[in-house]
Write a protein that binds this ligand. Structure first.
Ligand code: F6P
Length: 553
């Protein structure tokens, strides 16, 4: 058991601070954001925070000074800052796997000292970063060539979950910063179509595979990597020595990498104290580094570090991850909000929310507290969303007039990508006016009186009324750069941390994904050669039989 959290002693929902919040919620009743703004016009200025390049406006949340004070007291009483310090120190706070949680060491400066079991891990981090930089430069410059001496023009990252989502998201986000000459693809799905599409038009002599897997045992990744190797060797006349110039690995497991046939000289290491979903700024980001170059990658790490330092040192009244975490707890516990939308008004952040889904839902999708007891409060929300304005023409109807409260983050940038032509750049104001309009409409809605005053027929008034009072937090930034991306990701990493700490759960294991993996292994022989599989329930057995029939087996 960790020596780090007092949250275990008293059940969260039996804490005085929790009960105080419940009473406060009762008192707030139906208080509307319209009332809160009318009573306190200064809240827009006061409920804002500047961290690095990010401006957070949280004034459109259903909170008062009293709410925020009570939430902070909850954080204090549940030991969030103590657990935070333990994480940064390298304590083994992931107690179900006996591991430290040190993604923050991945962006620590060279001279920092962070110890795991008495060993300073910072020099190891920088040694790998230096090797990555050297390799990325060689691929980018053409000094690293394929087996037949041609330069690399396509890089295919094969990985899944944390070994895919981070670099894939960041590659999209930072496209304007990439060397467009190299085409970087991401293959994760064991559906053969994924690899098929990634290799269409690829020249095997110019293709480099990065096999990214923390464990190097993940069935999807190893299956795709094996198929990729066959594709390469078939094209290059079966000469197995070609593998060395076309396959590199990113892993914690040198033994498995060697077993697969990749020379461990071509392996980029990371460590068990980096969780998969917290790993894209480790060697897992190699594909990204090839795309954007080592200098940009380091700028991104600086952005992460900026937010780490803020989280570690800012007072709790002005601590952005703490604030975002507490707001989520407030809505989940006292407004029964089941989900949380993240809505970036940026095409380049098209995969941002998909990335956050793993970060948040794999971390806090837990129903057992740190002392092994079932929780009786809401934990992690369903995280979802796509870039605005596309979502506005799809699911925003429910956000505005549905029966569910969906707190949302709206993320926008003042400046469009520098790559855009003046005409395309001019569209940016329209994009951002949508962001501002949505926050306004969600918060303040439109009353029946306002609708009627527009001359709307009486029978249509109820249909055209917007209740409003739907909370949003707006994150406004000048432009999307590598550093800003690092700041944003670290903001959400630490927000997830705060929530897990208050809820008293372990945010760093993921036992919930194991059962499905184990069952898939058991079912597969029944699909391929009709093997008798014991223990199949009647429904699954029927589906398997139908599948075999449809496959003509
Ligand atoms: O889905 C479970 C999981 O273990 C994730 O946590 C992880 O990011 C992913 O699988 C991939 O694992 P690996 O990097 O070991 O292949």
């Amino acid at each position: 058991m960790p020596e780090t959290t007092p949250a275990e002693s008293t059940r969260l929902d039996q804490r005085a601070e929790w009960n105080a919040l419940a009473e406060h919620r009762e008192k707030l009743g139906d208080t509307h954001l319209r009332d809160l703004f009318a009573a306190d016009p200064g809240r827009a200025g006061r409920y804002g925070l500047r961290v690095g390049d990010l401006h957070l406006d949280y004034s459109k949340n259903i909170v008062t000074d009293e709410t925020l004070r009570l939430l902070r007291e909850l954080a204090t009483s549940t030991g969030v800052t103590e657990l935070r310090d333990a994480m940064f120190r390298g304590d083994k706070i992931n107690f179900t796997e006996h591991r430290a949680v040190l993604h923050t060491a991945l962006r620590a400066p060279r001279d920092a000292v962070i110890e795991v079991d008495g060993h300073n891990v910072v020099p190891d981090v920088h040694a790998v970063l230096d090797r990555m930089s050297d390799f990325a430069e060689r691929v980018r410059s053409g000094a690293w060539t394929g087996h037949t001496g041609k330069r690399i023009t396509r890089v295919v990252n094969i990985g899944i979950g944390g070994s895919d989502l981070g670099p894939a998201m960041a590659y999209e986000a930072l496209l304007p910063f990439t060397a467009r000459a190299t085409d970087v693809r991401f293959v994760s799905n064991v559906d053969g179509s994924d690899l098929h599409e990634a290799l269409r038009g690829a020249d095997p002599e110019q293709t480099l595979f990065i096999i990214a897997s923390k464990t190097f045992t993940t069935i999807e990744t190893i299956t795709n990597a094996t198929s990729a190797r066959t594709w390469l060797l078939d094209a290059l006349g079966g000469d197995a020595s070609a593998v060395a110039k076309h396959f590199v690995a990113v892993s914690t497991n040198a033994e498995k990498v060697a077993e697969f046939g990749i020379d461990t000289a071509n392996m980029f290491e990371f460590w068990d104290w980096v969780g998969g979903r917290y790993s894209y700024d480790s060697a897992i980001g190699l594909s990204l580094m090839v795309a954007i170059g080592p200098d940009r990658f380091r700028e991104m790490l600086d952005g992460f570090r900026l937010m780490d330092e803020h989280f570690r040192t800012a007072p709790i009244e002005a601590n952005a991850p703490l604030l975002l975490g507490l707001l989520g707890i407030w809505y989940g516990a006292f407004f029964d909000a089941q989900s949380h939308a993240v809505l970036p008004y940026s095409h380049y952040l098209s995969r941002f929310t998909a990335y956050l889904q793993q970060l948040d839902m794999e971390s806090n999708g837990k129903a057992t507290d740190r002392s092994g007891r079932p929780v009786s409060w809401q934990t992690g929300p369903v995280v979802w969303g796509t870039p605005g304005t596309n979502g506005q023409h799809a699911y925003y109807q429910l956000l505005h007039q549905g029966t569910k409260m969906v707190p949302a983050d709206l993320i926008g940038f003042a400046r469009p990508s520098a790559e855009l032509s003046p005409e395309l750049a001019a569209q940016h104001d329209l994009l951002m006016s949508n962001l501002f309009a949505q926050g306004q409409a969600l918060a303040f809605g439109k009353t029946a009186e306002e609708v009627a005053a527009e001359g709307v027929a009486a029978e249509l008034v109820p249909h055209r009324t917007f209740h409003g009072n739907r909370p949003t937090t707006t994150i406004l930034v000048s432009e999307l750069t590598p550093s800003v991306l690092g700041q944003l990701i670290a903001l959400y990493e630490h927000k997830v941390f705060v929530q897990g700490a208050v809820w008293g759960i372990n945010s760093f294991d993921q036992w919930g994904v194991e059962l499905g993996k184990m069952l898939a292994k058991r079912v597969e022989p029944a699909l391929t050669d009709g093997a008798e599989v014991s223990g199949l329930d009647a429904s699954t057995a029927d589906l398997v039989a139908r599948y075999r029939e449809l496959r003509g087996r």
